[in-house]
Design a protein. Structure first.
Length: 535
């Protein structure tokens, strides 16, 4: 049965339906309009954070860019995305600007502890290598407690890239600073943050560059760790952080799992990172109260830095296809909670982060690339040849999901008889009409699994945003959830082991039975219009 004939049936003009279907596959209940769905999103929703100490490894320099990383970023843009780059993370808190420096210089201990990252004009000039339209967060060092260091970074960023800076961020994860700095006092933190930002604002305004709005600061940048210093938005806002109206957005960091110590490392398993109920619980208990405080204050909020497993990921879990499913589901959970963006963190193991962590840098302190990243930017003894990881595919999924400006999204109940612990469904709306559907089956499917855990969903009676003869489907899949091989993992039939597409694009059409089948450890995007990349 074609889509047009269905749309013509009068009883479909109701707001929601979940009726028995002829095939026996359960139907989804999908509200027809966007009422109650999320805020409108941009195609920068799926953004990034890159640890600045490893800038040269990921991006090369202004004259000699890393082709693999830029190929990967070009693919994301081609598929409809436009990620914002935050060169942020722990090492931004020991980053300094030196006008005489060429390449970014990382100063480390013999074991790879990063003490300082020195950037010069070439660092900012390398921003010009990014795809057209890429915007950056100017990240400033608060760790050294030097106004001069922070101000010099801010001024340098707008001197060399006046058009690419969108926001400034002072300090990364104040929850992790020396406890003597603010002695657990939110007020002491707020006072020092305001003193610094006011001075930096004065320096920026003296440049006579009028393009920066007054509300130019990210605030908070806190983790959800219980450190004793409460600086999440829920605490900062009542403490008056925004009394001068200079906060543009509240940033929160999210790491639901960790390998920073053996106890938490034991929980960082494939089964746990693919538990949708747990991902939602973490979001709603740890993140959403602060998100709500930001929204109630009339501000935007985002996940300014996050990934699945803190302390650089978990080998054999986050470097597999499981991470691709985690990225899609996690980013969509935050999209439904009205985050303006999510900045997925990429980097390498930081030796000073914890003294009993699972990951270590490579030999002689060489970078031990994080196993949650979407790529290994260089060859390394520890991680092997430079390549993408299976989770890169999640970026193409997200790029296409939010390609149309103003897309709104909502979470749906899973079909009858399917547990939400391992299955999530999301509806996307463009101009108030259903435009896409994401179905994510997180049941771990292994080479030795005896069943394939397929969920069949009937789309009978669902009408979309535009007249189209058939519904189309793109599938993110791999032969089993724990493969680490990008050549075996595909999005719409193509794999991207070195950033370039391999194979022909496969855009499926939904058959006459109107049923979409999603195997365990697969995710699909269903399109209700002909606006499909590659069609
Ligand atoms: C990137 O590609 C260009 C053109 O093919 C080549 O000249 C350059 O050496 C490559 N750079 C790296 C870092 O591989
Ligand atoms: C950029 O990188 C290339 C290759 O590593 C190097 O030869 C060149 O000196 C670097 N340029 C600067 C300004 O550091
Ligand atoms: C910044 O702080 C770090 C960590 O305390 C320290 O190792 C480094 O020497 C300081 N850098 C400067 C320029 O003061
Ligand atoms: C900024 O503009 C003011 C007023 O027009 C002027 O007095 C000042 O010299 C300018 N400063 C710079 C750095 O151009
Ligand atoms: C999934 O997470 C929820 C919430 O933390 C927990 O109650 C449930 O036991 C977990 N399921 C599995 C299979 O581990
Ligand atoms: C990952 O799995 C491989 C193959 O099963 C095994 O040889 C290796 O020891 C595992 N690595 C870690 C860090 O668990
Ligand atoms: C998200 O924003 C929309 C539109 O303002 C609102 O209706 C919805 O309740 C918000 N959802 C959450 C979870 O905050
Ligand atoms: C199936 O494979 C997974 C992943 O390799 C392994 O953890 C599990 O023990 C295997 N199950 C059986 C029944 O052999
Ligand atoms: C990944 O899969 C491809 C295609 O089957 C194969 O040629 C390649 O050897 C595999 N790579 C590894 C590291 O196993």
């Amino acid at each position: 049965m074609g889509f047009l004939s269905l749309a013509a049936i009068p009883f479909l003009a109701t707001t929601a339906y979940a009726h028995p279907t002829t095939t026996g596959a359960p139907a989804l209940s999908i509200p027809e309009t966007a009422a109650g769905a999320s805020i409108p999103h941009t195609n920068s929703f799926a953004s990034f954070s890159f640890e600045p100490a490893f800038w040269v490894e990921f991006f090369g320099n202004a004259t000699n860019p890393n082709n693999l990383t830029f190929s990967v970023l070009s693919r994301i843009h081609e598929h409809g995305g436009s990620p914002v780059i935050r060169p942020g993370g722990i090492t931004m808190d020991s980053m300094i600007f030196d006008p005489s420096v060429g390449d970014v210089v990382r100063t480390t201990s013999p074991k790879g502890g990063v003490y300082r990252t020195t950037v010069g004009p070439g660092y900012y000039k390398s921003w010009s290598n990014f795809p057209s339209g890429t915007r950056f967060i100017s990240t400033l060092n608060f760790g050294n407690e030097s106004l001069e260091i922070a101000r010099d970074l801010a001024v340098a960023s707008v001197t060399y890239q006046p058009d690419k800076v969108t926001f400034f961020e002072l300090g990364n994860e104040p929850t992790n600073y020396d406890r003597n700095r603010w002695k657990y006092s939110t007020d002491a933190y707020v006072a020092e943050w305001k003193e610094y930002t006011a001075s930096i604002d004065a320096a920026l305004n003296a440049l006579n560059d009028t393009s920066f709005p007054k509300e130019r600061w990210w605030a908070s940048s806190a983790t959800t760790d219980n450190s004793g210093l409460e600086v999440r938005p829920a605490a900062l806002i009542p403490a008056g952080i925004d009394s001068e109206n200079q906060v543009g957005l509240y940033s929160i960091h999210s790491y639901g799992f960790s390998t920073c110590d053996p106890k938490r490392a034991a929980l960082a398993t494939t089964e746990n990172i693919l538990n949708h109920t747990e991902l939602v619980r973490y979001c709603d208990e740890e993140i959403y109260p602060s998100a709500r405080a930001a929204l109630d204050a009339g501000n935007e909020w985002n996940i300014g830095e996050f990934n699945s497993v803190s302390c650089a990921g978990r080998p054999n879990v986050t470097d597999t296809f499981a991470q691709a499913l985690w990225v899609v589901d996690s980013e969509l959970i935050y999209a439904t909670r009205n985050a303006s963006a999510t900045h997925l963190h990429q980097g390498a193991t930081l030796a000073l982060q914890s003294n009993d962590q699972l990951n270590t840098p490579g030999a002689n302190g060489s970078p031990g690339y994080s196993t949650y990243s979407m790529l290994y930017p260089r060859d390394s003894d520890l991680r092997g040849p430079a390549r993408t990881l299976p989770s890169f595919l999640a970026q193409l999924f997200m790029a296409e999901a939010f390609a149309v400006a103003g897309t709104r999204v909502r979470a749906l109940e899973p079909p009858m008889g399917v547990s939400s612990e391992r299955f999530a469904a999301y509806a996307f709306y463009v101009e108030d009409r259903l435009d896409k559907l994401a179905l994510v089956n997180m049941q771990p499917y292994y080479a030795n699994s005896t069943g394939d855990f397929s969920v069949d969903v009937s789309l009978d009676g669902i009408s979309g945003s535009e007249e189209t003869d058939c519904l189309r489907v793109k599938r993110m899949t791999a032969p089993y959830v724990n493969t680490g091989n990008s050549s075996l993992s595909s999005w719409a039939g193509q794999s991207f082991p070195l950033g370039e597409p391999v194979g022909d694009m496969a855009i499926e059409t939904v058959g006459e039975d109107n049923v979409v089948s999603v195997r365990g450890s697969e995710a699909v995007l269903v399109f209700f219009s002909d606006n499909v990349y590659g069609l």
